[in-house]
Design a protein around this ligand. Sequence first.
Ligand code: ZN
Length: 254
Amino acid sequence: MSDQKRKRVLVFEAHGDDMEFTSGGTIAQLADRGHEITLVVATDNDKGSFELTADELRAARDRELHGAAEMLGVRQVICLGYPDGELQEQAPLHVLRGQFMRIVREVKPDIVFTWDPFAPYEGHPDHRAVAMAASEAASFAHYPLYAPDQIEAGLEPHFVGEQWFFAKSPRDQNKFVDISDYIEKKIDALCRHESQMVLTVQELQMGLKASGLEVPGLTDRDAHDYREVIDQRGNVVIVVSPSEKLGQVVVPAQ
Ligand SMILES: [Zn+2]
């Protein structure tokens, strides 16, 4: 990407840590190069804990996501507050697409990041919902007859030049970003999500137990002592690696 022009980058995620896990290093690099990052968090993040109540978790994750976003250089965070895990029920596709389209027309991004709407084996319904709504919003925000009430209210149609998708499956990776200079910042940002790092270690331990495996230093670890596990850079937590994998869609100029 050229450093000559300051670009606006709009990230749509379901949960407060989606961006950090999948593209935290890339986002930090973009912010460091002067590009403007806006983050949209669709849900209230109140399901991912074995220890906290929903109210406690919601408050903790709000602090965590804002702290991590600030660390990565995100300019603005927009929280929509839909119930975690219930996005598809609470915001049907056309509703969420319209809401995202309004944000696209307000922020006027050059690049939209989101989950891959066509990713195989994506198990989380919130990820699927955000992915499809964000991709559709980014693909059609320049058509004035989509959500014409927004145009009548004074917003302008906006053309999004590029869509970058968080890639989980190796099959769908076609863009690799070297984040060697930003991996420490990515790990630091991930560790700001304390509740989710604890959860990550606990789930790793559950997976090991279910598989009948023992990993020294992990199997019996206190999950609150998570930093070293997250810092394994690919040995255990595959999302923390020296490069981030993205699927990229460049929409041809029309
Ligand atoms: Zn998520």
